[in-house]
Design a protein around this ligand. Sequence first.
Ligand SMILES: Nc1ncnc2c1ncn2[C@@H]1O[C@H](COP(=O)(O)OP(=O)(O)OP(=O)(O)O)[C@@H](O)[C@H]1O
Length: 327
Amino acid sequence: MSAPATTATETDPIIETEGLTRRFSVRDGLRRRTVTAVDNVSVQIGAGEAVGYIGANGAGKSTTIKMLTGILVPTSGWARTCGLRPVPERRRLARQVGVVFGQRSQLWWDLPVRESFRILAAIHSLPREEERRRTDELIDQLELSEFLATPVRQLSLGQRMRAEVAAALLHSPRLVILDEPTIGLDVLSKQRLRDFLITERREHGTTLLLTTHDMGDVERLCERVLVVDHGTVAYDGDLPGLSRTVGAERVLVIDLVETSGDLTGIPGTRHLESEGSGLRQRLALDDGATTVARVLATVSARAEVRDLTIEEPDIEDVVRRIYAARR
Ligand SMILES: Nc1ncnc2c1ncn2[C@@H]1O[C@H](COP(=O)(O)OP(=O)(O)OP(=O)(O)O)[C@@H](O)[C@H]1O
């Protein structure tokens, strides 16, 4: 089956797949067996959406991304990315897609960061004025100026990831695919990168598809989540819905100034425990029923708050629960 021949318009999905399937023949001792890495996936992702693509190791995420970007040919079914057929139109597609791999570099290791940008701008045939405008914008937003002249191999991981993202976005792609973009980064570097992606999306209407094991990435960046299990889509919806489906809740950890505050019975929360005679209290949050701001308003009316932190459900735990519910 091949993708229907149509002319792409602005309102067409950025990603569309129908029965997308990829099998591998792998050696298993003396025999060969077939692994179905991606199994009959049919999804649509619209322009401007931000989608988290999550699943256990080996669930099929990278294989899907490779088919969407024309690196791998599907065994059956089809994909259309930015209105193009990924394999035969791979070069045209490369102008519309930016890909960031957290664990692999697309920069030239021995060259200063700025040189890599120049080479990439030439590869994408960016007009001189466009190259200057976009490079300046990315240098400013990703705070690259202090290490533009530094060879890539001398950068810290956080600096390199910012440079990687700039390199992938230099040609202003409509679709950005990020594979574990925040892996190994400290809290501040993660926050910078996420803030940048939010701004990029808001200002340019860029579509984001990201694989991650970090719930904070999904929480901050994505309004839609696809959970993949053995190559099939096990969940497609929003994050609060995902947490509700599997009963994984966010937890508010509230530190009070005095021990007297009673935080039981707050609508949309479940009181989990008290420590230090009530100085620290933990509330499980029902995201569908309330918001952090609303809970905080109620808490503040009852007691003086010293500090508030939010514990995200662990992505591995959420995925495990989704898988368990299907078995
Ligand atoms: N080139 C290949 N040859 C044989 N098997 C492969 C190949 N690429 C992937 N697979 C198999 O396909 C399945 C899906 O792998 P894939 O890399 O897509 O998973 P993933 O969800 O990206 O995992 P991870 O989170 O570890 O990157 C796995 O069982 C993997 O071993």
